[in-house]
Structures are given as structure tokens and as C-alpha cells.
Design a protein around this ligand. Structure first.
Ligand code: ATP
Length: 199
């Protein structure tokens, strides 16, 4: 599995549609300070389901939409599309190429799609989580973040590894199931009480 193309439109400094084509192996993005290199990484995190405005270096999610410059008005929506090569089947979906896209409207609405079909954010997060590209985004190591990983508590470090190994999804499901079991147990107890009262 590798990232094939990334198209940004109306996202941060990228007002016009801009497509980045990647090859397998290492890709380096170079450019002067403030030219938008980190915005490319933000776009990757965003399309893969990042929900934290701060992680995206903004105050609120709307800040990812092109805010306008002296010669170009602000835009009403940000859209990022990522195409992933899945010939090795790393993503649990029967396509050798997977395209995910995310759109945010200034009015507040959001749209998500997998291979052109509308879906929920959760579907994208679940699709990617087995590959290690989960919602916690530990595969994206930002500037200064290495320091944080080195100073993390053992629990946090375990979280990084679980996310990368695709285990976190199952742990979350287990926790959800345990909560449901608890609720069912409580219902059963109530039923027993009622039966005794009637009997
Ligand atoms: P450095 O090397 O200094 O880290 P960089 O190349 O990584 O810089 P970025 O941080 O990616 O640069 O880009 C910053 C630029 O993006 C700034 O000029 C900022 O004004 C612009 N920018 C960020 N958000 C928006 C937005 N919503 N609309 C328009 N421009 C934006």
C-alpha cells in the first residue's frame, strides 16, 4: 500500500485544485518557509479523518478553508482527495485503488466519500485503522513530536504502538461491547426484580 495522489482544493493556502503525485518510496517536499509544505501534511491528516483543529494548526475546523489573500477572495469549501494504491490488499476493501475524500463547507456541513460513494467519517477511520493510518494519526510525526514520543508515559507509548498495529480499533469495540453487556445485565436485573414483584 502506498499513497498515490493527493488533490487539495480550497484547503489552507491551496485555493486552486493542486494534485501531488507520489511514487513508492521516499518523497521529499521542499520549499521556502511559509510556502505550504506543512499544509500538505495537514491535508493528508485531514482527509484521513483528523478531527482536532489544533492538530491541524488552526483554532477551529473552518480554518482549513482557504481564507483569501489580497488578490483572491475566500472560498466556501475545502476539499481533499487521497488515492491509495491497494494492490497488496492492506486496506480491507475489494479495490486495488482506493480514493477517499473529505469536503467541509463554510456553512458547517461535511461530506465524506470512499471511491465516490458518500459515507460516514467513521467508515473512513475504520477502513484505514487496520493499516495503521488510524484516527490518532501516529503515522504522521510532526515537527517536535519525536520529543513528545520519547517523553511519553508507558500508557501513551502503548497507545502509539496499538494504533500503528491496528489493535486500537478492536480495543474500542471491546470497550463498547462491555458497556452494552453492562447495560443488558442491568436490564436483566430489573426484569428479575419485576418478576419477583409480580410473582
Ligand atoms: P515552514 O517551513 O515555515 O514550516 P511551510 O512551508 O510548512 O512553512 P505552511 O505552514 O504549510 O508553510 O504554510 C503556511 C501558509 O499557509 C501561511 O502563509 C498561511 O497564511 C497559509 N494558510 C494557512 N491557512 C490558510 C487558509 N485557511 N487560507 C489561506 N492561507 C492559509
Amino acid at each position: 500500500m502506498y499513497l498515490k495522489t493527493l488533490t487539495v482544493r480550497g484547503f489552507k493556502s491551496f485555493a486552486s485544485a493542486t494534485t501531488f503525485e507520489f511514487e513508492p518510496g521516499v518523497t521529499a517536499v521542499v520549499g521556502p518557509n511559509g510556502s505550504g509544505k506543512s499544509n500538505v501534511v495537514d491535508a493528508l491528516a485531514w482527509v484521513m479523518g483528523e478531527q482536532g483543529a489544533k492538530t491541524l494548526r488552526g483554532g477551529k475546523m473552518e480554518d482549513v478553508i482557504f481564507a483569501g489573500t489580497s488578490d483572491r477572495p475566500a472560498l466556501g469549501r475545502a476539499q481533499v482527495t487521497l488515492t491509495i494504491d491497494n494492490t497488496d490488499g492492506a486496506l480491507p476493501i475489494e479495490y486495488t485503488e482506493v480514493t477517499i475524500s473529505r469536503t467541509l463547507f463554510r456553512s458547517g456541513g461535511s461530506e465524506y466519500a470512499i471511491n465516490g460513494s458518500p459515507c460516514r467519517l467513521l467508515d473512513i477511520q475504520e477502513l484505514l485503522s487496520d493499516s495503521g493510518l488510524g484516527r490518532e494519526m501516529h503515522v504522521i510525526v510532526g515537527q517536535g513530536q519525536l520529543d513528545r514520543v520519547l517523553r511519553a508515559t508507558p500508557e501513551d507509548r502503548r497507545g502509539f504502538i496499538e494504533e500503528a498495529a491496528g489493535i486500537l480499533k478492536h480495543r474500542r469495540r471491546k470497550e463498547k461491547t462491555l458497556r452494552k453487556l453492562d447495560a443488558t445485565q442491568a436490564n436483566l436485573q430489573r426484569l428479575e426484580d419485576l418478576t419477583q414483584e409480580i410473582g
